[in-house]
Ligand binder design. Structure first.
Ligand code: 4AD
Ligand code: MG
Length: 479
């Protein structure tokens, strides 16, 4: 057996008592022909490995370059060095894989996030990305823990579908048809009967519609999977491939939905605070350093951990879209024409600058906006009695903007059909969805949390490309 090793994180928590251990990892630095700073990805803290002078041959020592992989066996002794309780005095040392120092792209110094994005295949080996991706893992785990504890069923909805759940038409087509000799119908349109599925298909934009089928059988379900949007948005908040968590619950109204969403967000933040403190502290420090170069008014008012604690300890502000429009219209920001998109009045869609004004300047905390005009929301949202609004809810987070989108669903068949017709959503194609309303329809609700935006919020990373391993954005699909 090869893998009989202790992880550095575990080792660093133990007492140095002369015990023998084997560690494996990648060299971060090697100095004075004596001290290896070894990292194995379990923590940002490196293990100091001490090589007794003269105990190892020169050729081996020369191979201890940055990112070379090594296996070390030795004894754990108290360290005299600063900032570490223990070190390993090597009795044997094996280089598992060389790393050509001339060619290795990451030097033991600070690199820009842009540079690291171009080297996304290696960036996990840096402290920043080590922390970000361990936190991403922790948050994903907490998502499952939360819903499992509440008795929700985890449902895997399809990646390839024939429907456009959001009705927004921003889909990636899936096809096996040849480009050059595309089979055509007599009228010149593409003959999808010849395609793999015998019809036109695309990558899913949301698992919601299938999720509703689950909710109306199991009561409460959630999905957690990749979703795809071919929207040409080159921003720090948009990806073409992102992960979404979509809970869907029978017997919930809009208020139940908001309560669940708020509890959920707080739960996963708390989980990260309890289990990944070290990584959060590292990222808090990083953010503070990064913001030093900004003018005072562009810096965050709170540190990362302070911000998370604040979110945990305060109720989200809840107000209607109509109230939000009033606040925005009356704001000095609007009167001084500082919005790129001025507040024209009720009915307009909110831009992210408006959302961020509400959370960052006005309320200074997460905000849940409800009851949006039906014209700017999806067909499945429950129509309110005023005839103008739907029972929608969006959660807006400081520094991010929209992090959750959801609603109570229209459970009344006639109302749903009428809205679909108005919006040119073909009812015959969604016959299976409509069956939920035909056979034992119930009040139900759900929402979608954009996982990367959540990871951004918790890690304080400004660009969404830095919280997903291999970002997919317009004109980039490297790695
Ligand atoms: O508001 P959206 O489009 O809602 C839905 O898809 C519903 N079917 C959800 C539901 O009710 N079950 O997307 C939900 C969330 C947004 O609030 C945002 O956090 C995230 O998904 N999101 C994106 N994240 C990254 N890149 C993109 N292009 C995103 N589009 C949406
Ligand atoms: Mg939305």
């Amino acid at each position: 057996m090869f893998n009989k090793r202790i992880k550095i994180k575990t080792l660093l928590q133990s007492e140095p008592a002369g015990q023998e251990v084997t560690v494996m990892g990648w060299v971060r630095t090697f100095r004075n022909n004596q001290f290896i700073a070894l990292n194995d990805g379990s923590t940002n803290a490196n293990l100091q490995v001490v090589l007794e002078l003269g105990a190892f041959d020169e050729t081996t020592l020369k191979r201890l370059t940055t990112s070379a992989s090594v296996k070390v066996t030795g004894t754990v002794i108290p360290s005299l060095g600063k900032g570490q309780k223990l070190e390993v005095k090597a009795t044997s040392l094996e280089v598992l894989g060389d790393s050509d120092a001339e060619k290795y792209p990451l030097q033991p110094k600070k690199h820009s996030l842009e540079f690291l994005r171009e080297n996304a295949h290696l960036r996990f080996r840096t402290n920043t990305f080590g922390s970000v991706f361990r936190l991403r893992h922790a948050l994903a785990f907490a998502v499952h823990k939360f819903y499992n504890e509440k008795g929700f069923v985890y449902m895997h909805t399809p990646i390839i579908t024939a429907s456009d759940a959001e009705g927004a038409g921003e889909m990636f087509r899936v096809t096996t048809l040849p480009f050059d000799e595309t089979p055509r119908n007599e009228d010149g349109t593409v003959n999808f009967k010849e395609d793999f599925f015998g019809r036109s298909t695309n990558l899913t934009v949301s698992g919601q519609l299938e999720g509703e089928l689950g909710a109306t059988a199991f009561g409460e379900i959630y999905t957690f999977g990749p979703t795809f949007r071919a929207e040409n948005s080159n921003t720090a908040r948009h990806l073409a491939e992102f992960w979404m968590i979509e809970p869907e619950m029978a017997f919930y109204d809009l208020e139940d939905n908001m309560n669940l969403a708020e509890e959920f967000i707080k739960y996963i933040i708390q989980y990260a605070m309890d289990n990944n403190r070290e990584d959060l502290e590292f990222l808090a420090q990083r953010l503070q350093e990064e913001e030093k170069s900004l003018p005072q008014d562009k810096r965050s008012e709170m540190g990362l951990i302070e911000k998370l604690e604040f979110v945990l300890n305060n109720a989200f502000e809840r107000l209607t879209y109509t109230e939000a429009i009033e606040i925005l219209r009356e704001s000095n920001h609007n009167k001084k024409k500082k919005f790129q998109y001025p507040i024209t009045g009720w009915g307009m869609d909110l831009q992210s600058e408006h959302e961020r004004y509400l959370v960052e300047k006005h309320f200074k905390k997460p905000v849940i906006l409800t009851n949006y005009p039906k014209e700017i929301k999806a067909f499945y949202m429950r129509q309110n009695d005023d005839g103008k609004t739907v029972a929608a809810m969006d959660i807006l987070a400081p520094g991010i903007g929209e992090i959750v989108g959801g609603s109570q669903r229209e459970e009344r068949m006639e109302k749903l059909l009428a809205r679909m017709e108005e919006m040119h959503i073909p009812a015959e194609e969604l016959w299976w969805y409509l069956d939920t309303r035909r056979f034992g329809t119930v009040p139900h609700a759900g929402f979608g949390l954009g996982f990367e935006r959540m990871v951004q919020f918790v890690t304080g990373m400004g660009n969404i490309r830095d919280v997903i391993a291999f970002p997919r954005t317009p004109k980039t699909a490297e790695f």
